[in-house]
Design a protein around this ligand. Sequence first.
Ligand SMILES: [Ca+2]
Ligand SMILES: [Ca+2]
Length: 198
Amino acid sequence: MKREAVVLIAIALVFMAGVKFGASYFTDVAKSENNEISTGEFDIGIGKEPSRSYNDLKIFDFSNLKPGDEKNITFYVKNRGSLDVSRLWIKLNVTDLEDGALSPAEEAVDSTPERGELSNYLILQALEVSTNGRPLKVSSVEGKSLRELNGVRIDLPEIYIKEGEVVKVTIRLRLSDNAGNECQTDKVKVDMEIGAEQ
Ligand SMILES: [Ca+2]
Ligand SMILES: [Ca+2]
């Protein structure tokens, strides 16, 4: 019984090969499947520490400033996506408020109770972006007031931030010695936009 089975199979194989020979050419196909093209993610975050980043975060709140005071604003920008960042920009959107009623000393010299004066006297002393501990200055904005910089796109020097890397940004502000009583108890609200480009 075993021997017969073997023979039958051998005949069948020969027969099939014969059919293929007679019918057409041998053919062959090589396959390449599952190829993909996709886009990388482009995403930055901002944080007060290098290790934590957010899409939206309040960074600073300075109160009771007096003329001559200086404050440093420091934050970190992280590349949270998978594509390199090669350029960062910052835009400051500045709103001047009187923050309630004018103080008695202010009232004597401030004729615009609906609008604050403080941003005229908040001077950007320095803006730096540091990558690998090496600071790059943006000297074009040094000495300008927040009012002058309101809504202006400030391009930071060209830097490469690879996936997962962080850069440090420092802004130093000074309340000018020329600030007079018209900005007593005034308040400036600063919304900061930080943009990244590939
Ligand atoms: Ca005013
Ligand atoms: Ca005022």
